[in-house]
Design a protein around this ligand. Sequence first.
Ligand code: NAD
Length: 482
Amino acid sequence: MPETRENYIDGEWVSTETNETIDVTNPANPSEVVAQYQQSSTEDATRAVDAAVDAKAEWANTPGPERGTILREAATLLDERKAQLTDLLVAEEGKARSEASGEVQRAVDIFYYFATKAADLGGTVKGSSAPDTNLYTRKESVGVAALITPWNYPIAIPAWKLAPALAAGNAVVIKPASLAPGVVVEIATALDEAGLPDGVLNVVTGPGSEVGSEFVQNEGTDAVSFTGSSQVGEMVYEQATDAGKRVQTELGGKNPTVVAESADPAEAADIVSAGGFGTTGQSCTACSRAIVHEAVYDDFVDELVDRAESTDIGPGDDHEMGPQVSADELDSTLEYIDVAQNEGATLAAGGGVPEGDAVDSGYFVEPTVFTDVDPDMRIAQEEVFGPVIAVIRVSGFEEGLEVANDVPYGLSASIVTDDHSQANRFVEDAQAGVVKINEKTTGLELHVPFGGFKRSSSETWREQGDAGLEFYTIEKTVYDNY
Ligand code: NAD
């Protein structure tokens, strides 16, 4: 019998009032139920918000270093449980083991990072124009933060919202994605054991349309941080701003790598395939467009096809590329592959479901390369969220830049070039929140801001590093005439 995990509300592990559960299955072997989680209702979400509202003042008044000590203790517990968390991530999300363990390590590092930051929230002292007056600012928590997260980085994304929110003294309600909620339950377990006071963190699993929606609309929440699709995120943004809340949304992408005339085709193919096929293409920053100068186009395509065809596909336990997370995600990728062919793109590699014992029952798809892609085709404009790379031929740097920017998204963009001034032009003109030179579009450092342009983000606040803390704090200016 798979284990049934409960919600964490007001420091207690509790079942939903309806007693309904959701099965989470292994995408590499869908007949295996990994665990069951609560299929919570709006009422459960309301109880969680009420608990957070009750707990917020005490936590806000807890000295920052003391909050940091609890976060550090939780980081240590997560660190000790790395192997178990990695297993859970592989089983629920399907990631390759190396990717899963890297993500778990990231979450541990994030908790350590913000544990230190909790003692150092900042504030400034200024000279006053009046005599005998202290003039300074102090940073305070915003109140109750509602966090809504996707399935594709099930531990890193919750960690990079939760740790700064708690470090800054906010109470939190969080709803993880229903496809892979286990690692968030484990974070709550660690924080509970580390001594987090009751009600400061509340985890409720269940449908976004009920639990997520209640978190966004309940008047007890003061700030909403959402990561997920542009469709849902844009609706959440409207609801939260209509209710006068602080809101941050991080959404979809259609990330390009420009391969310049000076690029080494093999190095460029390494960069593009790592960005496009890594995490089975299920990263918001995944490379899904290679915009390639005609001088290196043929050699680059040969190299990229070679990378696609030699990818070792199978269950994440011991293969390089795992399955898609669900039957719906697999169907959506296969549909885009059909659309691309109908639009006239040339299928140069992959395009189907692999065969063999290891991949018989899971949601596996072949790494896929399309060439002769026109920049206006749907495959070049819409987020696919699978391991599919559209290769677009251009005849110069300016054209490459224009094609790179000509999409509704702007999350990550990279260029492979030996030309230093071209690289810097790209940095200046690429419409993306993350710009990389001679690097894959994926992969982020935890202490620098992250966020997108255009439909990739609400552009209101950035996540991660000091910028990540800003969202969870509000500044007060004090005039103290002694
Ligand atoms: P999704 O939008 O379907 O779901 C995200 C979360 O929102 C889930 O927890 C879901 O239950 C919840 N939700 C659904 N309906 C809701 C509603 N009405 N109100 C409130 N919450 C609701 O996204 P997904 O499929 O889980 O994730 C994949 C998407 O996330 C991709 O588009 C990807 O690009 C994006 N993403 C973006 C970033 C980033 O930082 N920009 C990072 C990772 C993933």
